[in-house]
Design a binder for this molecule. Structure first.
Ligand SMILES: [Zn+2]
Length: 248
């Protein structure tokens, strides 16, 4: 369900059943002359909306204002919006802390932007990872008081950990396309891979009549994009979401 449309009794049910709560996390960035600037974030939103057809999930309103950077193009007349990681982390902490206060314990930010080497991290995902950790520590200290970890009640912490309990799993950040897709689906910026994803998920974000206006190296393959290829990528993304976003 889209969070903004939920009634309190539905929110309480989602909490009681520990539904995954997903934040589409992304940027607004120049994606060539043929594709919409919201591509990265739209891919996450549309994939989550597809996923919702098979599983109970809360989809939060998307956050589009990540660190696009000006690596691809300067912003003048191209549309890239840059908010730095140092500004994002405090926002993310407040957001996650608030979601923990509501009662959610199964929160996942999903991002498709600069995620080709996700383990190392990039400014937007690193900021939201930091934000999640900070929010969890703050929440536990408020709820249980300082010294919560050192208290007798926590003597089974490592045993619980081994059994899969982990407070720090309450907030997680994941790439939309996992490392397992490397070599199976083209990862690019505004090339055949991303353009095909949009043709499959959000065709109104692509204007084929503009392919010829592209001059950049990274858009050279875009004209070979197809919805058919995009659907192959979407199927892999759905498998990844099924493994990542679980209730209970
Ligand atoms: Zn992109």
């Amino acid at each position: 369900m889209h969070y903004e449309l939920m009634l309190p009794h539905q929110i309480r049910k989602a909490i009681a059943q520990n539904w995954p709560v997903a934040l589409p996390l992304g940027v607004l960035e120049y994606h060539g002359e043929h594709m919409a600037v919201g591509m990265d974030t739209l891919a996450v939103i549309k994939a989550l909306e597809l996923f919702e057809k098979e599983r109970d999930i809360v989809i939060l309103p998307p956050f589009y204002y990540g660190a696009a950077s000006y690596a691809v193009a300067p912003p003048e007349g191209t549309g890239s919006v840059q908010v730095g990681g140092n500004q994002l982390a405090p926002f993310g902490e407040e957001l996650f802390y608030s979601l923990l206060r509501i009662g959610f314990r199964n929160i996942h930010a999903i991002i498709h932007h600069q995620t080709e080497n996700f383990a190392a991290g990039m400014p937007t995902d690193l900021a939201f990872k930091t934000a999640g950790r900070q929010a969890i520590f703050r929440f536990l200290e408020k709820q249980r008081g300082e010294g919560w970890w050192g208290s007798k009640d926590m003597a089974d912490y490592y045993a619980g950990h081994a059994a899969g309990e982990n407070f720090f799993n309450w907030v997680q950040v994941h790439p939309l396309m996992p490392a397992a897709m490397n070599g199976k689906y083209p990862f690019d910026h505004a090339g055949i891979g991303e353009t095909s994803l949009m043709l499959a998920l959000c065709p109104e974000a692509v204007d084929a009549a503009r392919f010829a206006d592209n001059t950049a190296w990274y858009t050279a393959s875009a004209k070979d994009a197809s919805a058919e290829l995009g659907h192959k990528g979407v199927a892999m993304i759905m498998d990844h979401l099924r493994a990542t976003l679980r209730s209970g």
